[in-house]
Design a protein around this ligand. Structure first.
Ligand code: GSH
Length: 224
């Protein structure tokens, strides 16, 4: 059986978890916090989660895991058939990761974990990058009703578990609604929140959140 290593407060972990649930695959969750301990590095060379445990070994990096899941379990597809459509879809996913999730992440310590204030230079960079990232998303996303069109795809996984956090950063640090002028994207967030599997993921995340916060406070650091 597939094993999903990670923790329920992690947005990347939740992307993979929702993919597995949507594809109705059996999997076992193995609790693992990203860090540099030898035990974690034996599973994930960069010390990050999620990791997928397979009969052949471990797979790291969310996009790589999602590709593996799709290749090995094509039923209930989360990617389109045509290579061009797939490329377009991965472009949206990649742009959300690099130009929305990662800039927002610079500010998670302050906004999401209530920790240290974001240094001014990083804050300015995050603001610039987020505005450009959301402009790209507005241009590429179809939101009809899903990010790439009629079907739920991996682009929706990246959207759901990145845009909500980035939006909190925009609101709290920059007084910006990053989804302003994107009513269809706002409607999609509301639609995805109704998805029963996404609700299960959210319930697990909410249950895990106090444990996660206690852990990072105990370590005297903020998650990255
Ligand atoms: N590029 C990675 C990012 C995963 C990631 O940043 N995971 C966080 C948890 S949400 C983590 O493990 N952080 C621990 C660390 O960096 O030490 C992916 O796509 O899976």
């Amino acid at each position: 059986m597939l094993k999903l290593y990670g923790f329920a407060a992690s947005n990347y972990f939740n992307m993979v978890k929702l993919a597995l649930l949507e594809k109705q695959l059996s999997f076992e969750v193995v609790p693992l916090f990203g860090c540099q301990s030898p035990e974690v590095l034996a599973v994930s060379a960069r010390g990050k989660v999620p990791v997928l445990g397979t009969d052949d070994g471990f797979i790291s990096e969310t996009d790589v895991i999602l590709r593996y899941i799709e290749e090995t379990s094509p039923q209930r597809p989360l990617l389109p058939e045509s290579p061009f459509a797939r490329a377009q879809l991965w472009t949206i996913a990649k742009e959300i990761e690099l130009y929305i999730e990662l800039p927002a992440r610079l500010c998670y310590a302050e906004v999401i974990f209530g920790g240290r204030p974001t240094p001014a230079d990083l804050k300015a960079k995050a603001r610039r990058d987020l505005i450009k990232g959301f402009t790209a998303l507005a241009q590429r996303g179809r939101f009809a009703p899903y990010v790439a069109g009629e079907r739920f795809t991996v682009a929706d996984l990246y959207f759901l578990y990145s845009v909500d956090l980035a939006r909190q950063v925009g609101e709290q640090l920059f007084e910006l609604d990053l989804l302003e002028g994107m009513p269809k994207a706002q409607a999609l967030l509301a639609r995805l929140a109704q998805n029963p599997n996404a609700q299960r993921v959210a319930a697990d995340r909410d249950a895990d959140w106090p444990v996660f916060m206690a852990r990072i406070k105990g370590l005297g650091r903020t998650a990255s």
